[in-house]
Ligand binder design. Structure first.
Ligand SMILES: *[C@@H]1O[C@H](CO)[C@@H](O)[C@H](O)[C@H]1NC(C)=O
Ligand SMILES: *[C@@H]1O[C@H](CO)[C@@H](O)[C@H](O)[C@H]1NC(C)=O
Ligand SMILES: *[C@@H]1O[C@H](CO)[C@@H](O)[C@H](O)[C@H]1NC(C)=O
Ligand SMILES: *[C@@H]1O[C@H](CO)[C@@H](O)[C@H](O)[C@H]1NC(C)=O
Ligand SMILES: *[C@@H]1O[C@H](CO)[C@@H](O)[C@H](O)[C@H]1NC(C)=O
Ligand SMILES: *[C@@H]1O[C@H](CO)[C@@H](O)[C@H](O)[C@H]1NC(C)=O
Ligand SMILES: CC(=O)N[C@H]1CO[C@H](CO)[C@@H](O)[C@@H]1O
Length: 475
């Protein structure tokens, strides 16, 4: 995947993304927003479509997607809501790229090379980037009637949704309201119990993939431990799962298990009723498809190898839909990937999200061991996580003073265990979307999506109208 090549191959031009087309632009932001002594800047990338913008409208807003941990195009391609709403609201549409991802590297190819360059990768710096960009856009796109302020609605899904909620909480004078879709802002220490995530994931698999599938996945961890104990077994695992490099060490087993855990989590998040395309194309209802493949392939066998071979066939559907994949992305020698490195760093600093397992789910039993996580973080990045950082920075559960935020969640999405599932104030509300998986409400509308998603969009439209109107009523 080698995302580092992206900024070398960068060219300004037009980009098509999912119905809307965008202009790709850059905007210089400070490397360190929280210092007056340094004025060093770097270009942050964003996508913009101003076709629907109506400067003579009293209420026409800026819609800004507060980009998360990846290339900005990826979010534009998988988010349809802004484009679908823009003509009605006569809005400008912007997708902003998160610093240290995609092409937006504060120190070019050195950005990930040393702690002194990586230290500006924080959610607060990213929010400050977006604030400066918004203020710049307000100037670049003035209203004809100067007394009319430009409303701003922030959008985001997952970590991007956390950012959209936080930017409204932190900068209420800049951002009028926020849609935080599947945003686990309470996935932090002492806000949710650490075993909830795996429980909800397992329940979802029981419903969508069936008990037999859950049973096979549950057994797979011990099977990997048994086979991976010998050199010969690891050779077999290497042949079967095709990591970037041979699994020579005993410690490589953990990488395989972590990679599979990630796959199961990503798969349930992406359980959409229509075909989707992430790292590779996925069929509709991919959980059902992949579980069926695995169950058929294991065929009631209790043989470790047959069980794991079945799992690897499922993994092939998930990752290798193109048939072009050379190896699976796990191992100690995979090519560097800024998404993996960057998110890894964020997990090692601010994003301390405890997940544990009591041994009665489809995942492996395990404690949340912050000491060993901290030591690994230090080894890898020379930093240690601060468990209460996010709570202190963004309010934790004490957010009843917030306003104009929609938190949307499918209660069967495991990330909803860290989501806001009840109304926290008059205008910071929770919307539950059964069957909505991980932020399906942001994705392009599709005839196959469940009615709950259509209803949620209807509600968003009327709530957004209130937000933009109420801002202007004050003038
Ligand atoms: C914005 O998207 C629409 C399609 O929905 C397209 O017609 C228009 O040309 C785009 N504008 C820009 C500036 O790319
Ligand atoms: C960064 O890129 C320059 C040339 O563009 C190259 O000379 C240098 O070795 C690269 N540095 C790293 C750390 O990759
Ligand atoms: C899926 O996405 C990849 C990369 O984002 C792209 O190269 C490919 O053409 C897409 N495939 C389909 C079927 O849309
Ligand atoms: C499944 O197992 C049964 C009995 O063990 C066997 O007869 C059958 O051929 C197997 N099916 C496949 C597809 O391997
Ligand atoms: C992906 O699929 C192709 C075609 O079936 C196969 O040759 C290749 O080995 C697969 N890659 C991986 C990593 O499984
Ligand atoms: C929160 O309030 C909104 C509107 O007042 C309502 O539609 C919604 O059902 C409430 N959400 C929950 C989870 O009670
Ligand atoms: C579930 C959890 O993480 N509980 C912790 C909450 O905070 C106290 C004091 O810091 C800890 O002792 C608990 O373990």
């Amino acid at each position: 995947m080698g995302r580092f090549v992206i900024f070398l191959a960068f060219a300004v031009g037009n980009v098509a993304a999912n119905g809307c087309t965008f202009k790709l632009k850059t905007f210089d932001v400070k490397v360190d927003h929280f210092s007056f002594t340094s004025t060093v800047t770097f270009p942050l990338r964003y996508l913009i479509n101003d076709t629907f913008w109506n400067p003579s409208s009293r209420v026409a807003p800026i819609f800004i997607y507060t980009g998360n941990e990846g290339d900005v195009h990826w979010f534009a391609e998988n988010t349809g809501l802004l484009c679908e709403f823009a003509p009605y609201f006569e809005a400008i549409i912007v997708f902003a790229e998160h610093r240290y991802y995609g092409w937006s590297m504060p120190f070019g190819n050195l950005s990930y090379s040393e702690p002194k360059y990586l230290r500006y990768l924080t959610s607060s710096q990213a929010l400050a980037d977006y604030v400066d960009l918004i203020e710049e856009l307000k100037i670049a796109y003035p209203k004809q009637q100067k007394q009319h302020p430009t409303p701003v609605i922030a959008f985001g899904g997952s970590y991007g949704g956390m950012l959209s909620a936080w930017i409204r909480m932190k900068y209420p004078g800049v951002v009028t309201g926020a849609l935080a879709a599947s945003a686990p802002i309470w996935m932090f220490t002492n806000m949710t119990s650490c075993d909830a995530f795996n429980r909800v994931a397992t329940s979802s698999y029981r419903i969508t993939g069936g008990n037999e599938c859950v049973d096979i996945i549950r057994k797979s961890w011990a099977a990997i431990n048994r086979i991976g104990a010998s050199d010969e077994g690891r050779e077999w695992l290497t042949k079967t799962f095709k990591p970037c490099n041979p699994m020579n060490e005993l410690s490589d087993i953990k990488l395989l298990k972590d990679w599979l855990v990630n796959m199961w989590v990503n798969l349930i998040m992406a359980d959409y009723p229509y075909p989707a395309n992430f790292s590779s194309p996925l069929p509709p209802y991919p959980v059902k498809v992949i579980c069926k493949k695995i169950v058929d392939s294991v065929n009631d066998s209790s043989d470790d190898k047959q069980l794991l071979a079945g799992i690897s066939e499922g993994a092939t559907i998930f990752f290798n839909g193109t048939g072009n994949l050379k190896f699976m992305e796990f191992g100690t020698q995979c090519p560097p990937d800024s998404e993996v490195l960057g998110w890894g760093y964020q997990l090692c600093t601010e994003m301390v999200m405890p997940i544990c397992d009591t041994g009665d789910t489809m995942f492996e039993k395990g404690d949340w061991d912050i000491e060993s996580i901290s030591d690994n973080c230090y080894k890898k990045y020379k930093v240690r996580p601060e468990v209460n950082y996010i709570r202190n920075m963004y309010g934790g559960k004490a957010i009843s003073a917030s306003s104009n935020i929609i938190f949307s969640n499918d209660p069967m999405d495991p990330w909803s265990t860290g989501g806001v599932l009840h109304n926290v104030s008059e205008s910071s509300i929770a919307v539950l979307i059964p069957g909505g998986a991980h932020h399906m409400d942001l994705r392009p509308s599709d005839p196959l999506e469940p009615p709950s998603v259509k209803q949620a969009r209807k509600l968003y439209r009327s709530v957004f109208k209130q937000w933009v109107n109420s801002l202007n009523d004050k003038f």
